[in-house]
Design a protein around this ligand. Structure first.
Ligand code: ZN
Length: 85
């Protein structure tokens, strides 16, 4: 796979993530975003999305109990990572 193919796949994945926005189960806010784990295919797009608060960087290390969602309002996170992939 070359670099451009990876980049396109990264964009598609981010678009999908941005469409899914559950309400926060703690405070009811819809200022939520998904937490991204691993290495993004398109780093520029990724950093822009992080800067806008559309996604949160979950880091490269993936564990068994990683949360899937983050709330900007109350700073809680919840869910399971597997639900977003
Ligand atoms: Zn909340």
């Amino acid at each position: 796979m070359d670099g451009s193919t990876r980049s396109i796949r990264g964009r598609i994945r981010f678009r999908l993530l941005k469409l899914i926005k559950p309400k926060c189960p703690f405070c009811g806010s819809d200022r939520t975003c998904s937490i991204f784990y691993g290495y993004p295919g398109d780093i520029e797009w990724y950093l822009e999305a992080v800067a806008k608060g559309e996604i949160i960087d979950g880091g490269d290390i993936i564990g068994d109990n990683d949360p899937a969602w983050y709330c900007h309002e109350c700073k809680n996170n919840w869910g399971k990572r597997n639900e977003t992939s």
